[in-house]
Design a protein around this ligand. Structure first.
Ligand SMILES: Cc1cc2nc3c(=O)[nH]c(=O)nc-3n(C[C@H](O)[C@H](O)[C@H](O)COP(=O)(O)O)c2cc1C
Length: 628
């Protein structure tokens, strides 16, 4: 059965009031629709500031550091990294000081290039196949039922609110998948395990930032910014490209959705499915007032495990075969006991499909802090509540049939590597012997880590060796062997991508030069002349942000010269440049190897000194539905 005739923007049945209240388009401006330069409605800060330093954020971070579970050294680094850029455009949707949006209206009547664009292959190549073979694939198969009800999940509704007897209304019909070229997406079975992933971050994990990360590491999973279900529902094909298209080289990528209504999430999953994301993820961790408050999704979903179970089931049915996972906190407000967390995991995991990249188990990415929905800003919610890594460890031991990824406060690849490899023994002071205690501390189903802010604050330092250190490859990608090679490849991508969606009335290409170079902001973190280079880029952007005659590659080359970035910095491999001796010189190979080993030892020591894990005191077991 092909999808029905009704287009996405055609008169859709009215959304029930409660749903409309929960998922207001206002959220989509910031959390769902406002993030990347691909958006029709730009974020409140449409042209991201190139440089910001937030002493306030730094002070706050330092103030809370003593309350958290990891040691002081890592906190100094965390504070440095966090202060380098955490102006929280995503969670601080309520930021009153934000600049008014720049008019980013582009002429949507003009067809925009899709598929292969100037040598970059985009996921819309898959969608083009469908356009040719299954016209109208994006239309919703459901129509109003006799009562005018919104009945996407007719079959699932049984005798309840969404009941529907005569027609099959689920999006689950995947007949269109037969028209998608296999070579445009790696088979799911060949994807790497989620030993390391980049956390979803509004206005940061844009397709451009993700492409930069992909040039540094080919195995690390990339999470998109959150897309709100309402936004996808209200966007016509092919304008959906602005929200969903990504370079095919970006696999494996997980699309994060925000929402709290199973039907809307089903629609969002269905319209995203042909783009071929490797996974869909439901956001149950965002504490922003607009998301968790008015929107009643994000972290507030943790208060309603049964609803989350329904949501993920609806997503899974309509995801075109992509597994569905959940990102959540360890608690919300006063629902913050370990037992309540266990009840959440138990209820939701029963409806999650098994995830091939998580050893065939349902996967949760857990931000190891509770969220306080009233009283703390989103940025504070990422720093003030103490980290509870030991809770995630306890979950992994209590739920052996579920997989977990640890998120929150991880700022170095060594911690990621120790957790992914699951063996502390080699890093013991005495040479160590692998013990049963190690297996309890890093159980096999604690499959890896998810890194957020540090990946943006120091992409080169944190990620350039990830393939070898975390995934056990014999080498890192060629583009991660020096920043010169990285910048050359990234510049080519920018030149191919700038203006792909047209030009705004204000004369900015979409995506703009500024958006495209934004991910480079911290590429020279800790290097001589890093600030000077950023200033040179600032000046160049003031001059040439709208100038279509200057390519992005030229702009990068020019600012490297003006900023005085040395050949030594540009050509150095990652292991050497990350650590310098006090005299500023790079380390020799041996010294670099020693430093790395010391860092691994530190990471192992930190994990060994976690507080004792909580125990599940109340048996609140529900009988989980069989995993799909
Ligand atoms: C600017 C910013 C935007 C974020 N946006 C999202 C989001 O869209 N969805 C989400 O689940 N988490 C979001 N987060 C939270 C991160 O995914 C992550 O859980 C958090 O930053 C903790 O990880 P870290 O300590 O490694 O940064 C955001 C964080 C930041 C700093």
């Amino acid at each position: 059965m092909l999808r029905g005739a009704m287009s996405v923007t055609a008169a859709l049945p009215a959304v029930p009031r409660a749903v409309a209240r929960r998922a207001r388009p206002a959220c989509s401006r910031r959390w769902g629709g406002g993030g990347s330069s691909h958006r029709r409605h730009p974020p409140a800060v449409a042209e991201p500031a190139w440089t910001t330093g937030r002493l306030g954020a730094r002070r706050r971070f330092l103030r809370v550091s003593s309350e958290t579970a990891v040691g002081p050294r890592s906190f100094r680094k965390a504070a440095r990294l966090a202060s380098s850029r955490d102006d929280d455009p995503g969670c601080a949707a309520s930021d009153p000081g934000a600049k008014p949006p720049v008019d980013e209206t582009v002429d949507d009547a003009t067809p925009r290039p899709r598929g292969s664009v100037n040598g970059v292959q985009w996921a819309s190549a898959r969608v083009l196949e469908l356009d040719a073979n299954v016209p109208g694939w994006w239309s919703f198969p459901h129509e109003r039922d006799e009562d005018g009800r919104f009945a996407v999940l007719g079959e699932r509704g049984g005798g309840g609110e969404h009941a529907h007897s005569s027609r099959r209304l689920s999006f689950r019909d995947d007949s269109w998948t037969g028209f998608v070229r296999d070579d445009l997406r790696p088979p799911r079975s060949s994807l790497p395990p989620q030993r390391l992933s980049i956390a979803p971050m509004m206005e940061y994990t844009t397709p451009h930032f993700r492409h930069l990360v992909r040039l540094l590491t080919k195995n690390t999973w990339l999470y998109t910014e959150m897309e709100v279900d309402q936004t996808l529902r209200h966007t016509d094909h092919p304008r959906l490209d602005r929200f969903l298209d990504f370079p095919i080289a970006g696999h494996p990528t997980s699309l994060q959705l925000g929402g709290a209504d199973p039907e809307l999430l089903a629609i969002a999953s269905a319209v995203a499915a042909p783009y071929g994301y490797d996974e869909l993820n439901l956001n149950c961790g965002c504490p922003s007032p607009k998301v968790a408050g008015k929107g009643a999704f994000g972290a507030s979903l943790m208060l309603e495990p049964n609803l989350v179970a329904e949501c993920v089931a609806a997503m899974a049915e309509n995801a075109g075969g992509a597994p569905v996972t959940v990102k959540c906190r360890v608690g919300v407000d006063d629902k913050d006991s370990y037992d309540e967390l266990c009840a959440f995991i138990e209820t939701v995991s029963g409806q999650l499909p098994n995830c091939p990249s998580a050893g065939g188990k349902p996967l949760f990415a857990i931000h190891a802090r509770k969220a306080l929905l009233n009283g703390l800003s989103p940025a504070e919610n990422r720093a003030v509540p103490p980290l509870r890594y030991e809770w995630v460890v306890a979950l992994a031991n209590d739920f052996p049939h579920v997989a977990f990824a640890l998120n929150g406060g991880i700022v170095d690849i060594e911690t990621a590597s120790v957790i992914a490899n699951g063996d502390l023994a080699p890093f013991d002071d005495d040479g160590g012997v692998h013990s049963a205690a190690d297996e309890t501390l890093i159980p096999g189903n604690l499959i890896g880590t998810m890194i957020g802010r540090a990946a943006h604050a120091d992409p080169w330092g944190v990620l350039a060796t990830a393939d070898v250190d975390v995934f056990g490859d014999t080498q890192n990608p060629e583009t991660a062997t020096s920043r010169r090679k990285l910048l050359t490849a990234y510049g080519e991508y920018c030149d191919a991508t700038r203006g792909r969606f047209g030009v705004t009335k204000d004369g900015y290409a979409v995506p703009s030069t500024r958006h495209l170079v934004h991910p480079l902001q911290n590429l020279f973190y800790g290097e001589p002349n890093a600030k000077r280079w950023r200033r040179a880029m600032d000046d160049a952007l003031k001059r040439d942000a709208k100038n279509q005659n200057v390519s992005v590659s030229e702009l990068i080359d020019q600012t490297l010269r003006e900023g005085g970035v040395s050949d030594e910095t540009l050509d150095a491999p990652p292991s050497v440049r990350r650590s310098r001796k006090p005299n500023g010189l790079g380390l020799s190979d041996d010294e670099a190897a020693d430093t790395k080993r010391a860092r691994l030892r530190d990471a192992a020591k930190k994990l060994r000194s976690l507080p004792p894990p909580p125990t599940r005191s109340v048996e609140t077991r529900v009988v989980p539905a069989p995993a799909r």
